[in-house]
Design a protein around this ligand. Sequence first.
Ligand SMILES: [Zn+2]
Length: 140
Amino acid sequence: MRLPARAAQSNSENAPFFEGATAGRLVLPQCSVCDFVIWFPREICPECGSQEVGWFEASGRGTVYSCTVTRRIPGSWGKVTPFVLAYVELEEGPRVMTNIVECDPESVSIGDSVEAVFEEALNRDGEPGPPLLRFRPTQG
Ligand SMILES: [Zn+2]
């Protein structure tokens, strides 16, 4: 069952990320001064403060850095338990808080290889918004 998270709000500062997501591609900002790969997407480097930020297509590959299975939770998320909340460390460096999907939640472990998937999400008005970044166990 699809997780009930709302779609994110795209703005001028993170538009390349969401344009990529809509096309099923993971596009990340990278500092042009110190090469730091920035998460969450924004046009200022948290490492050196530079606003010279470029965008590149990331591999979409990562590993599970930390994870937990939620089995009971109030509200709309209660209908989709159990689900996996995780930090995924991307091949390019950033650690992303996300969900691991398309798997048996009890089977996910730290160190597992995962790959990015983009899931449809609705905005506050119930209209389709930018898709959300999730991860699934690497196929094959
Ligand atoms: Zn920098």
